[in-house]
Design a binder for this molecule. Structure first.
Ligand code: ZN
Ligand code: ZN
Length: 250
């Protein structure tokens, strides 16, 4: 019914005891979960979760905040990982000038390499972009690849139009349940270009704010969309699930 397109089940506090989270998600109607990665270790963990659970899929990649630690052979290793049948995307990758954990030039070169890998091998990308609209767009444009989900979208409407016109998709987290500006932005976007995600353990939605987020709560994101688009939660589930299935090829 629902797909949580972004759940960090490969991180603590989930990874050591993941079963209850998987069970609760399933009970809430979350029939598929995409686990994104931030480095090679979490990529391995995402794959092992995908091996263990039928409805869990892995994305592998180096997060911009981890780009200074990327090994020189990371692209070769990622390419090997992509051969696994349940690795469905490269991510999360991108640029984060807000946190600024790694110098911009390092972030850019790690991002570019992975965008080119995604392009060459035909995999979708999960893009993390914070305060880096221009460079994110430029690198993707120069690489000729916009087969991407702009996850935890935090830029403005104009940038949304720009990436949508290139064929990218956008997803929102639980922030859409409480941030007025985000609600207003969602209302201006085409529903058939949107997916839902938790980005757990962060970004818990109302009525779970302040608590640890988990995949079951992605239903609240769908509920927020349903209010914004004046549509039933079932219809939102159907539309966003179809979009995610097509995008991740699952
Ligand atoms: Zn992110
Ligand atoms: Zn994330």
């Amino acid at each position: 019914m629902f797909i949580d397109t972004h759940a960090h089940l490969n991180l603590d506090p989930f990874y050591e005891d993941v079963q209850p989270y998987i069970d609760r998600a399933f009970e809430a109607g979350v029939t598929k979960i995409i686990v994104p990665s931030t480095d090679l270790i979490t990529s391995e963990r995402a794959i092992s979760l995908a091996d263990r659970f039928d409805h869990v899929y892995a994305a592998v990649g180096i997060h911009p905040n981890d780009s200074t630690d990327a090994s020189t052979d990371h692209l070769d290793i990622l390419e090997e990982m992509l051969k696994h049948p349940k690795v469905c995307a490269i991510g999360e990758i991108g640029l984060d000038y807000f946190r600024d954990y790694a110098p911009a030039n390092v972030q850019q070169s790690i991002f570019r390499g992975q965008v080119e890998l995604a392009r060459d091998l035909g995999y979708p990308m999960i893009v993390h972009n914070r305060a880096a609209d221009n460079d994110t767009f430029r690198i993707m444009d120069e690489s000729g690849c916009f087969n991407a989900q702009f996850h935890c979208y935090g830029s403005d409407e104009m940038f949304a139009r720009k990436v949508l016109s290139k064929g990218a998709l956008i997803s929102f987290t639980g922030v859409v349940t409480f941030a007025k500006k985000v609600k207003e932005l969602v209302a201006m976007l085409p529903l058939n270009k949107l997916m839902i995600e938790t980005d757990c353990p962060w970004m818990a939605p109302i009525p779970h704010r302040g608590k640890q987020n988990e995949p079951a709560y992605v239903v609240e994101v769908a509920r927020a969309y349903s209010e914004i688009f004046q549509s039933s939660v079932e219809d939102i589930a159907k539309i966003t699930t179809n979009t995610a299935k097509r995008f991740f090829n699952i």
